[in-house]
Write a protein that binds this ligand. Structure first.
Ligand code: TXA
Ligand code: MG
Length: 325
């Protein structure tokens, strides 16, 4: 693993080149170190989850270098524009509706209709600018660990899971960004963080809703979140006539030739590729007329844990789905 000085031009060039090639790089931000990958590249995003060892897909923050880039990703309402103009670059993340044509891969949003965006201060912003694409970056620690504020913390937590760490010294803020969601029903504090709640409230001249302890919204954790409208049948060992099939690996299931439709998460049985394809396949099979979707078994290790977690949620019973009525 390489640890390179963020002040050097050559470091920023090397980091940008790796990121453009779909590799991961740990980058310093003013809040904590992030494990960054090209947010538009499903395989890069899958590698982030893999490196963190997370058993589920949590939506990630897309880091931007300019207001223009942010507007390509999300619908910036007037409150969001105002907050961004005041606090970016800085420790504030905004959760907003995904914009039409947003290039961020659905694995980074965990399939949600909203996306978290932030413009970081320091060398990461310059590296995003060089890459020319948004970077997805959760804190650069193994799942369940403490967010790292030095390059040494990152090396200790992720070890050989990360090939390059850009060393920018100690993170100035040392706390993750404050997350605010601005929507039609109000302005919510989803996660307290490096920008004090009062600073936002004083600036807006109003109180934020929600927040405090337990204020984090965990959209990916809702049991039936992001499920296709059809019934999902997991660990199928054979395909019944009329069923759609989500396959994994090269082995055909008995009855597969009678499937009404077929998509393979990864013909070679590669879990990184399967993760990158998962949300797109679920979305494609969320269509009128698709009543039952059989899913071939996916191995319960590595990224397979997160893939299966998400598939179980997709298969969970849903008593009420207002958005589908
Ligand atoms: O300071 C930070 O925000 C750092 C640096 C690297 O930028 N990043 C960070 O990322 O803390 P992460 O992945 O550790 O935390 C992001 C949080 C998660 O709790 C996630 O659930 C939430 O943001 N989140 C992301 N997208 C969301 C969305 N669309 N709606 C609600 N919450 C979302
Ligand atoms: Mg984290």
């Amino acid at each position: 693993m390489q640890i390179l000085d963020s002040a050097l031009e050559a470091t920023r060039d090397a980091a940008a080149a790796r990121l453009m090639a779909g590799e991961l790089v740990a980058l310093p931000t003013e809040t904590v170190y992030g494990l960054a990958g090209d947010a538009t590249n499903g395989q890069a995003v899958a590698r982030i989850y893999e490196a963190k060892g997370r058993p589920a897909f949590n939506p990630l923050i897309a880091h931007v270098s300019s207001f223009e880039m942010a507007r390509q990703l999300v619908d910036m309402n007037p409150v969001a524009e105002k907050l961004a103009a005041q606090f970016w670059p800085g420790p504030l993340t905004l959760v907003l509706p995904v914009a039409e044509g947003c290039p961020v891969h659905p694995l980074a949003t965990a399939g949600l209709p909203t996306l978290a965006v932030r413009m970081p201060a320091g060398p990461m912003r310059d590296i995003v600018r060089r890459v020319g694409r948004p970077l997805a970056a959760p804190s650069a620690n193994r799942s369940g660990g403490v967010s790292p504020t030095t390059a040494a913390h990152v090396a200790h937590s992720l070890g050989e899971k990360v090939g390059m760490i850009v060393d920018g010294g100690s993170a100035r803020v040392g706390l993750e960004s404050t997350i605010v969601k601005s929507g039609e029903t109000g302005i919510y504090l989803l996660r307290p963080g490096g920008l004090p709640r009062e600073a936002i409230e004083d600036f807006l001249g109003m109180e934020l809703l929600g927040g405090g302890e337990g204020g984090i919204e965990a959209p990916g954790q809702m049991t039936s979140h992001y499920a296709p409208s059809g019934h999902v049948r997991l660990n199928a060992v054979a395909v019944k006539p009329g069923e759609y099939l989500i396959g994994f690996g090269s082995q055909a299931l008995p009855g597969q030739e009678h499937a009404a439709g077929f998509a393979n998460l990864s013909p070679t049985g590669d879990l990184v590729e399967a993760a990158a394809n998962l949300f797109a396949v679920l979305a494609a099979f969320d269509a009128p007329g698709i009543h039952t979707i059989a899913v071939a078994p996916v191995p319960e290790h590595g990224l397979g844990l997160a893939i299966n977690d998400r598939l179980r949620r997709a298969a969970a019973p849903r008593p009420f789905q207002p958005e589908k009525l």
